[in-house]
Write a protein that binds this ligand. Structure first.
Ligand SMILES: [Zn+2]
Length: 141
């Protein structure tokens, strides 16, 4: 399945929180299991589960990122993401839970009457396998 090309007609649901999320690079470490939230499915948040592999430079934002392994990613099994894209799955982490709850509050109500999988279109992967949030493509807003 190929990604729809980004066009001016493509208007994703705004991501209410991720672009302004304040989380440090050191919040994560190799071996952590994380999820990158991408939308809603069946009334719950939906995303890609990944494993944190190693520190890696996130070129699009020019900041420290993490190399991630997506076991279902096929040819894009390894991508580099910014720390603010990641949410801990492997441990009960208060910081990540607050973010998760806030995302739920913002999105679940909006899609309360929808049962299908909704990809909010926040992320793309660059030719250099960098995971990139749409807010970071547009640069300074
Ligand atoms: Zn966390």
């Amino acid at each position: 399945m190929s990604q729809p090309p980004p066009t001016s007609a493509f208007a994703p649901t705004p991501d209410p929180l991720t672009p302004d999320r304040d989380i440090t690079h050191a919040h994560f470490q190799p071996g952590d299991t994380v999820v990158v939230l991408k939308g809603i499915s069946g009334g719950e948040l939906w995303g890609d589960a990944m494993r944190v592999v190693a520190p890696s430079w996130h070129t699009p934002t020019d900041e420290d990122g993490w190399r991630l392994r997506d076991s279902t990613g096929g040819t894009q099994s390894y991508v580099t993401g910014h720390p603010r894209y990641l949410v801990h799955l492997s441990r009960r982490c208060p910081d990540c839970l607050i973010y998760l709850r806030a995302m739920e509050d913002a999105l679940l109500l909006r899609y309360a009457d929808r049962n299908e999988l909704i990809d909010c279109g926040w992320y793309t992967i660059t030719a250099l396998n960098q995971l990139l949030h749409i807010a970071d493509i547009q640069g300074s807003r």
